[in-house]
Ligand binder design. Structure first.
Ligand SMILES: N[C@@H](CCC(=O)N[C@@H](CS)C(=O)NCC(=O)O)C(=O)O
Length: 229
């Protein structure tokens, strides 16, 4: 097993197309933690390690740090931020309790509202349900466009001058949003309707630490279409 930062063993159980896994990979990359072992899971034949490490949900991502499992993507990012603090590593979560609460609120919004809408838009049974899902995606993204103005106050990222917790949580959905662009022939993050968020997506996607872990959009398109056929 590769030695992680600080001499600790780090292993990530994941699946390449998972937005929940991608956000953890983004957090690791932005924090400059590169020496971890990545284990790709086959959902039809999950590893003993995954079943043992996440016996409640049996889902990825799971981070195993020095033999101890941490589950749930947002919990993993918070854990990484605390366990790998200092040493010149950027902090993802803000220091102040109020700012942390605000960041947690928006991260929960991404999961509870945007992610659910994206599932509905992509994988509903009927075209009507999909169309309804697309409307919900657009509404959630517009809300995030407003949040970027409110929370970041004109700064380039939700985290301020540098990407932070909300950027990584939302960033995990960026590759999927781009695959929706290809499939639907539209701009999911519409630069006219949500200009701040569209600029954020371009800026965030162009970061070296982000490009390094983003999955190939065409591969995601094929994967997404294979789930609907
Ligand atoms: N709330 C969880 C969601 C995790 C999740 O949905 N993982 C999916 C991949 S995106 C999974 O492991 N699916 C396998 C299965 O359902 O058997 C998190 O954020 O970590």
């Amino acid at each position: 097993m590769a030695a992680g930062a600080g001499g600790d063993d780090l292993k990530l159980l994941g699946m390449w197309a998972s937005p929940a896994v991608l956000r953890v990979r983004l957090a690791l990359s932005i924090k400059g933690i590169s020496s971890y072992e990545y284990q790709e899971e086959d959902f039809d034949n999950k590893s003993e390690l995954l079943l043992r490490s996440n016996p409640v949900h049996k889902m990825v991502p799971v981070l195993i740090h020095a033999g101890k499992p941490v589950c749930e993507s947002t919990v993993i990012i918070q854990y990484l931020d605390e366990a790998f603090a200092g040493d010149g590593r950027p902090a993802l979560l803000p220091a102040g309790p109020y700012e942390r609460a605000v960041a947690s609120f928006w991260a929960a919004f991404v999961d509870d509202t945007l992610l659910k809408a994206m599932y509905q838009a992509s994988w509903s049974k009927t075209e009507e349900e999909k169309a309804e899902g697309k409307k919900k995606v657009a509404a959630a993204l517009k809300t995030l466009d407003g949040a970027l103005r409110e929370v970041a106050g004109g700064k380039p990222f939700f985290g301020g001058d540098a990407p932070g917790y909300v950027d990584t949580v939302l960033g995990g959905l960026l590759a999927w949003a781009r695959s929706m662009d290809v499939i639907n022939g539209v701009k999911t993050i519409d630069p006219v309707e949500m200009p701040l968020l569209a600029a954020w997506a371009d800026r965030f996607g162009a970061l070296g630490a982000v490009e390094a872990v983003m999955p190939d959009v065409n591969r995601l398109v094929e994967f997404s279409l294979s789930l609907t056929t």
